[in-house]
Design a protein around this ligand. Structure first.
Ligand code: SF4
Length: 92
């Protein structure tokens, strides 16, 4: 398995396990439906794209905790460039 893919899978598994924990209190903002987190380890088959380019989840009401709580904490936040969430410094 190529190392970059291995890293993505490892990060995905880590996010999955830690998604059982509460979201960090220093997280702010809200999802802007950029869709970046729908393709972190693999392209999610439940990601939909509206005509205006906005992403949506086809199983939003029953989506897994991994998606529901992303980004759960700052060290897991790998989509900062487009994500609507941000973390206040020094309180994670
Ligand atoms: S990366 Fe952030 S803003 Fe984009 S879809 Fe995921 S949670 Fe929402």
């Amino acid at each position: 398995m190529p190392s970059i893919h291995k890293h993505k899978v490892k990060a995905f598994l880590s996010r999955t396990v830690l998604s059982l924990l509460p979201v960090a209190r220093n997280r702010h903002g809200k999802c802007n439906n950029c869709g970046a987190c729908c393709k972190l380890a693999f392209q999610c088959q439940f990601q939909g794209i509206r005509p205006n380019g906005e992403s949506y989840c086809k199983i939003h009401k029953v989506r897994p905790f991994n998606c529901r709580k992303y980004p759960q904490k700052e060290s897991h936040h790998v989509t900062q460039e487009t994500c609507g969430y941000w973390f206040e410094k020094d309180s994670d």
